[in-house]
Design a protein around this ligand. Structure first.
Ligand SMILES: Cc1cc2nc3c(=O)[nH]c(=O)nc-3n(C[C@H](O)[C@H](O)[C@H](O)COP(=O)(O)O)c2cc1C
Length: 387
């Protein structure tokens, strides 16, 4: 077992072990990737204030997200095709998350289905839905999530149109992968991955095939996807979704204070400040830079969470100190999963928790719930330098 001391170690192993097509799928942003890069680099503009000679014993990173206990304020973000990064990937990641005491969010576009993940785990997970045109299918997704005892629904609202990642087009990304001379040559170098995939029957979009009208096999999926997403989405439509699901609800994909104010009227339990990991609008603000203005607009009225760019416990600490009640990691857990399966996801979570815990102590705190902006040094014009 390799010695893992940080998330970058996992990314490097992941890159070696997983076919190029799926590595590129995760490790890319839209168009020039400006926002993808800013998501991580903007975190490093914020500095932490080190304190000494304060009691740093008996620390705790435990808190709550939407009223549910978490061992640290970090959930696994919904990531499509997770089951292509490692055989049975969603089940592996969900198991690592439940043992660690953090929420796992299953994507609509997962390989393992809602029912399959529920059967193979012991604690409730969260389910993410996209905003699709087909009412029946949407209602059935919520019903299936309820039957599977999901303890929250996450509605992703930033995918009315799709951002373009050049590499996915050039690689001919698909699940399962299309067999071309180039993809076969690459997959032959990923032996462990290939053996895992040969040993599982979970290789298609489990929530869609056999459930969506007219999608009975993988070949009809691409035409369904092109048709299914609702370009005409508006807030009334989002309020209809609220009526379809009576459990805890989280709205994901808000990057502007005006939209955060709109989200208040939907009756959600939380919003996620997110630019989809830089995969949608290239040139949009990084999430961490968008957070202060959103906190000012709605922070005292609704729970605010954040994702996009988190690669360390220090990043989590900064987001929490700026007022977020929780964070999510997408790529950071995918690196772990692709590198070493369930153990790799656990390793990613351990790295982040250790960094969070020790950084919190250095800043003079023992409890994550007590952390606030005073531990930060934020450049004066960090989030209000626009006209
Ligand atoms: C490979 C990949 C697939 C994703 N698929 C989904 C998805 O199916 N649904 C969704 O709401 N967000 C999806 N996202 C966005 C993540 O939920 C999350 O917002 C993003 O990964 C956070 O940024 P980070 O990767 O820098 O942590 C995806 C992200 C990645 C990297």
């Amino acid at each position: 077992m390799p010695v893992i001391t940080n998330i970058e170690d996992l990314r490097r192993i992941y890159q070696r072990r997983v076919p190029r097509m799926f590595y590129d799928y995760a490790e890319s942003g839209a168009w020039t990737e400006q926002t993808f890069r800013a998501n991580t680099s903007d975190f490093s503009e914020i500095l932490l204030r080190q304190r000494i000679a304060v009691d740093m014993s008996n620390r705790s990173t435990a808190t709550q997200m939407i009223g549910q206990d978490v061992s640290m304020p970090v959930a696994l973000a919904p990531v499509g095709l997770t089951g292509m990064q490692h055989a049975d990937g969603e089940i592996k990641a969900a198991r690592a998350a439940e043992k660690f005491g953090v929420p796992f969010t299953l994507s609509t576009m997962s390989i393992c289905s809602i029912e399959d993940v529920a059967e193979n785990t012991t604690k409730p997970f969260w389910f993410q839905v996209y905003t699709l045109k087909d009412d029946d299918f949407m209602q059935r997704l919520f019903d299936r999530a309820r039957d599977a005892k999901c303890s929250a629904a996450v509605i992703t609202v930033d995918l009315q149109v799709m951002g373009q990642r050049h590499k996915d087009i050039k690689n001919g990304l698909s699940a399962p992968p299309k067999l071309t001379p180039k993809s076969i040559a690459n997959m032959m170098t990923k032996v462990q991955w290939g053996l895992g995939m040969l040993g599982t029957k979970r290789r298609f979009f489990g929530n869609i095939i056999g459930h969506a009208k007219g999608v009975s096999d993988p070949s009809s999926l691409s035409s369904w996807t092109a048709e299914a997403f609702d370009e005409a989405l508006d807030w009334d439509r989002i309020r209809q979704f609220r009526k379809m699901w009576d459990g805890p609800l989280i709205i994901k994909g808000i990057i502007d204070p005006c939209d955060a104010l709109e989200a208040l009227n939907v009756g959600a339990d939380a919003i996620i400040v997110s630019n989809h990991g830089g995969r949608q609008l290239d040139g949009a603000l990084s999430s961490i830079r968008a957070l202060p203005q959103i906190m000012d607009a709605v922070g005292d009225k609704i729970e605010v969470h954040l994702d996009s760019g988190i690669r360390s416990g220090q990043d989590v600490l900064k987001a929490i100190a700026m007022g977020a009640k929780g964070t999510y990691v997408g790529r950071a857990f995918v690196y772990g999963l692709g590198a070493m399966g369930e153990a790799g996801v656990t390793s990613a979570l351990e790295v982040i928790q250790k960094e969070l815990d020790v950084s919190m102590a250095f800043c003079g705190h023992r409890n994550i719930e007590d952390v606030n902006k005073e531990i930060l040094m934020i450049p004066r014009d960090f989030s209000d330098k626009w006209q």
